[in-house]
Write a protein that binds this ligand. Sequence first.
Ligand SMILES: *Cc1c(COP(=O)(O)O)cnc(C)c1O
Length: 477
Amino acid sequence: MNSKTEAFKNLPSVDKLLQSEILGLLIVRVGHESVKLEARSQLESLRSRIAEADESVLQWVGSEGFLDDFCSAVQVSIEGAFSSSLVPVINLTGTVVHTNLGRARLPLEAIAAIQLAATQTTNLEYDLETGTRGDRDSHIESKLCNITGAEAATVVNNNAAAVLLVLNSLAFNKEVLISRGELVEIGGAFRIPDVMKSAGCTLKEIGTTNRTHLRDYESALSDQTALLMKVHTSNYEIRGFVNSVSESELSELAGSNELPFVSDLGSGTLVDLEQFGLPHETTVQESLQMGADIVTFSGDKLLGGPQAGIIVGRADLIRKIKANPLKRALRVDKITLAALAEVINLYQDSRRLSSRLPLLVDLTRPLKEIEAVAAQLLPIVQAAVQNKAKVVTNSCQSQIGSGSLPLDLVPSVALEITPVAEKGQTDAMLIGLALAFRKLPKPVIGRIHDGKLIFDLRCLTDSEEFEHQLTELDIVV
Ligand SMILES: *Cc1c(COP(=O)(O)O)cnc(C)c1O
């Protein structure tokens, strides 16, 4: 074994390390400075362990493979720091538009547009006709107006931002009337009463949780009222003794008092989903026809595009909204605009839509096709989990998700994996199974329900990829 003195003497200099083949190649990839800093910091910690006479270090330093081993350690650490933590996963949760899994996948047309906008300078805010400053909304405003029939449109970062901006622009320091049954929490920190406060508006709650009548709105009107608002209660449903006021009635009441009526659709869609055999969702067009002066909706929910918040409606109101300094803070970037424009283009031809828009491809996948995938994968997954679980196929219901009605379900097929374990061990086995699938090279995310790990196969786009990586399944319980 080396003595401490010998070990110190055997430590290479930073310069010598940087001349090694391993670190030389790394420098080409990530630059001289970061490699130098990491090599120096690892040498430092080695020095202090030598000073403590750490036996394993004393043995290692000066051993035959030391230099290569040390350089490899530097490489692993740097590659770890440079690697991305945002990775693709396989969504078998049964929720098609899953907020935690990034919502909609984009169509190829949008990806091509993103590449152009990202790699080249563009006329993002430049009017090629006049040679003067332009408006970034111009790239999508007319497209949105053509499709929805709205007079004007603008786009911001997401629908939460759209609601905030609309309220702040049209109702700052004033009252907004909204039904008690619509004071929703969408998830995360988006709660209507909180957004109202952030926007500088006073929420005036109307009616009761289950029943709200037109007369409730009428009696709440005052000279402090700035607007009437309807929020689509997208993630829950109240049933039984219920009443809400229709959009047409609210718009009439607002109109006769010269107030705007704003509708937050949340999961806005631009086509009637029934033509694809899906449950009906109020479209943006319908909402405008029923008299909404402003409609807000998400770009990455049922629309199937990039994260964005879209605001359409009356030209005078949109002008006010665009003049608000908050608009500048909430604006979308060129990448989003490029993608969104292409997604909206697809809506010009609804026959093309269901084969081009990944969201609709997933939602309209024929049951027969999912059944076939399930039958084919059943023995393979059973073999992969060995005797640790029993796998069966079963029919299930996929949720559209992300703010479409919770009752909007689409029939699908799942693999159900039930742990086989000693009594008292089944929960641990279930968690171990789910973890093992999440640790695959392309993590597989299912859903645990009723003591089973459930894989809804509706969104499995590449079953070969899924199958091939199962050799690496490592169930540790
Ligand atoms: C989802 C949703 C929002 C928030 O939209 P994001 O695009 O997620 O910011 C707001 N209102 C309603 C009704 C929603 O469903």
